[in-house]
Ligand binder design. Structure first.
Ligand code: ADP
Length: 540
């Protein structure tokens, strides 16, 4: 027997319509590329999104068309998110840190009809636009006064485009499984693949993200996504914040410690989200200048493993709670968030930390299992490690334009991450399959070694890679970026590690480096490090 409830589709447009009606004055504050801070409420944001939908219609955009963006986090980017999806077109966000040839590949693969860019990216787009076959025009996200001199001949001014359009638009109602946005994986471990989000997935993901054990969003909170809108839709924050009416603070291009501190402080941000490398910059800045952020209650850190030293720094020095998150572009991205169960709050600090460095528990909507190499389900005992498989309504069921990428098994998505799951449900990433070090037929987790190395007071960042070895296949090499002014001593570091890991896990050597190669999404590029050190002569 069918239930007698309305079959109202879950659409992205319903989020902003609701925010405009219920949270009209709650603000979206943006640091613009042009300079000044821009602020408006959800009601005005909604009117501008409607205006843009009319403008796009006038350009001939119809349902299913792809509109690309290369832009920072800001209010115009937000308007594009909602205008495109709302009219059943698809917002395709492109990461400007990719190589220009990759950007050309993405524009062509997605067959984008228009490209919206921030002023910063005019020189980049000059390099690529001529090679994007389907591109009909490029819209620069500024007013007439700021329009750049450019050799591109098909530039459109965003504000002029808007001026010619009405600010009321009836959002169409359609099937909730329609595509809403497109984001390609960053290609850290392979070629970029397009993940095509749906309206239904986006709305359900927003519910999960907003929960207290997630990003804890409501109209009393102010959230700053440091994570860019060109990377997995800023972890879905623009949608989840809109659903709840939370104030949104968009940092624009200012992602260094000083700029972040300034806007977090000035806008009374209570919640911020980003990758570990970003938070290192903020912590260094606050320590050097004796600054604090007393209104900031939580930082969500994810994208790569969060070292214990970073959790301790936020919590002990600055009284800011860290919530580690794990996810993937293919998961919209939230797969797990680490919050402690009530009884864990009173555990001694070392026991609490042993839980906090795990990647956390899945929210309702995500199911997880771990599987052995021979395909058996492994126990959730915190010890057995195997490939992590996930499923749920915001996990991808395939890639855009690829028939079968071979990443699904019996309805589960294979993450390529190796993990454990403990009796309490906490998942811990042991490593990415490709980053694990195979020594004498056994596996060494680079994440574990890095985590321990980073708890040494002289080590700011650590990366452990496998270097070919004639007898053992591979042996670990520890690369460290020192804390400014310190010179980590190899014997001292190895001594520090020796009571934390098994003897055969101890790296064979240590190299001090100034910095690590960082990829487009703020992660250390281990692939490049492995290439650089592939002929490294380990001491015998
Ligand atoms: P890419 O694969 O190109 O880096 P994603 O942003 O989709 O793009 O990265 C997802 C991967 O990032 C995960 O599969 C996992 O390996 C890693 N990751 C994300 N969050 C964490 C975390 N908290 N701890 C460890 N690894 C993480």
């Amino acid at each position: 027997m069918r239930g007698l409830m309305m079959d109202t589709p879950l659409l992205v447009s319903s989020l902003i319509k609701h925010a405009a009606a219920q949270h009209a004055q709650s603000e979206i504050v943006s640091r613009t590329v042009e300079g000044p801070i821009h602020r408006y409420g959800y009601a005005q944001a909604h009117r501008r999104a409607q205006q843009l939908a009319n403008a796009l219609t006038a350009l001939g955009i119809v349902k299913g068309d792809r509109i690309a963006t290369i832009a920072w986090n800001g209010y115009r980017h937000y308007e594009i998110y909602f205008a495109t999806s709302g009219m059943a077109a698809i917002c395709h966000t492109i990461n400007p840190r990719l190589h220009p040839d990759q950007i050309v590949y993405l524009l062509n693969h997605a067959a984008d009809r228009y490209l919206f860019i921030d002023l910063t990216f005019v020189p980049l787009v000059e390099l690529v636009a001529g090679r994007a076959a389907k591109l009909e025009g490029i819209v620069v996200m500024c007013d007439r006064a700021h329009m750049p001199d450019s050799k591109l001949d098909n530039l459109i001014c965003y504000e002029e485009l808007m001026d010619g359009a009405q600010d009321s638009y009836e959002w169409p109602i359609f099937d909730e499984n329609t595509a809403s946005s497109l984001c390609y994986t960053s290609g850290t471990t392979g070629n970029p693949k397009g993940v095509l989000y749906s309206h239904r997935a986006t709305v359900l993901h927003s519910f999960a993200a907003a929960l207290p054990a997630g990003l804890c969003l409501s109209e009393s909170e102010a959230i700053l996504p440091v994570v860019p809108m060109f990377h997995v839709n800023a972890w879905g924050i623009p949608y989840a914040a809109t659903m709840t009416g939370a104030k949104q603070v968009m940092p624009g291009p200012g992602l260094d410690g000083a700029s972040l501190h300034e806007i977090l402080d000035a806008e009374n941000v209570t919640f911020a989200a980003g990758v570990p490398t970003i938070w290192l910059g903020l912590l260094n800045h606050m320590r050097e200048h004796g600054k604090r952020l007393d209104r900031l209650k939580y930082v969500v850190i994810g994208g790569s493993a969060v070292p214990a030293s970073m959790i301790e720094a936020f919590e002990n020095e600055f009284d800011i709670e860290v919530r580690q998150g794990w996810g993937m572009t293919e998961m919209s991205p939230i797969g797990s968030i680490n919050t402690l169960k009530p009884w864990m709050q009173d555990l001694p600090p070392s026991q609490r930390m042993a839980i906090q460095i795990k990647q956390g528990r899945p929210p309702f909507g995500v199911e997880m299992m771990i599987e052995s190499e021979s395909g058996e389900a492994l126990p959730h005992d915190g010890k057995a490690q195997g490939e992590l498989l996930v499923r749920g309504p915001w996990v991808c069921s395939g890639y855009f334009g690829i028939d079968d990428a071979g990443v699904h098994r019996d309805g589960w998505f294979a993450t390529n991450d190796v993990a454990t799951i403990d009796e309490q449900g906490y998942m811990q990433i042991v490593d990415r399959t490709k980053d694990m070090i195979k020594s004498g037929g056994e596996w060494i987790s680079s994440i574990d070694l890095e985590n321990f190395a980073m708890s040494h007071p002289d080590v700011q960042q650590a990366a452990v890679i496998g270097v070919p070895h004639p007898k053992w296949d591979e042996r670990p090499l520890l690369l460290v970026v020192p804390v400014p002014g310190k010179t980590p001593d190899k014997a001292d570091i190895f001594n520090f590690l020796s009571d934390k890991v098994a003897k055969w896990w101890l790296p064979d050597d240590m190299v001090i480096v100034e910095s690590f190669p960082i990829g487009g999404t703020g992660k250390v590029l281990k692939k490049e490090l492995r290439e650089e050190y592939k002929d490294y002569a380990l001491p015998q």
